[in-house]
Design a binder for this molecule. Structure first.
Ligand SMILES: [Zn+2]
Ligand SMILES: [Zn+2]
Length: 121
């Protein structure tokens, strides 16, 4: 065998598009703006989105919606380093999300789960 061979690697496929994080625009708790390049955005596995301050001081790493823990939200690149994969081509969500539960309900939920590590919830 001789000659140059090319590997066909699908990039920017439809599947990848549908799997992109929503990048929600605000903290569900305090409504602070969390743009795609924010270092303060935290998400749970369902992409419930809060600011770092609320995760630390209001909900103690307990998601009010699912009970899971949080991780820093990855930042989508501004520049299109790979075809179709950047914040311009796959823009953030513009749908602001707000708490679905009352504050006292959330406080009880957090109190029940805060001392259990996320991996044991
Ligand atoms: Zn907040
Ligand atoms: Zn959640």
């Amino acid at each position: 065998m001789s000659g140059v061979r090319f590997a066909m690697i699908p990039l920017g496929s439809t599947d990848e598009t549908t799997m992109a994080l929503q990048l929600r625009p605000n903290c569900e708790y305090c409504d602070k703006d969390l743009p795609p390049d924010s270092l303060e955005a935290r998400i749970c596995s369902y992409e419930c989105t809060f600011c770092a301050d609320c995760v630390a001081t209001k909900i103690d790493n307990v998601c009010p919606n699912c009970g899971g823990g949080f991780a820093p939200r990855p930042i989508r690149p501004t520049n299109e380093w790979r075809p179709g994969a950047c914040v311009v081509k796959q823009p953030p969500s513009d749908k602001r999300v707000h708490l679905k539960y009352a504050l006292d309900d959330i406080a009880a939920h957090v109190a029940r789960l805060r001392d259990i590590p996320p991996e044991e919830r």
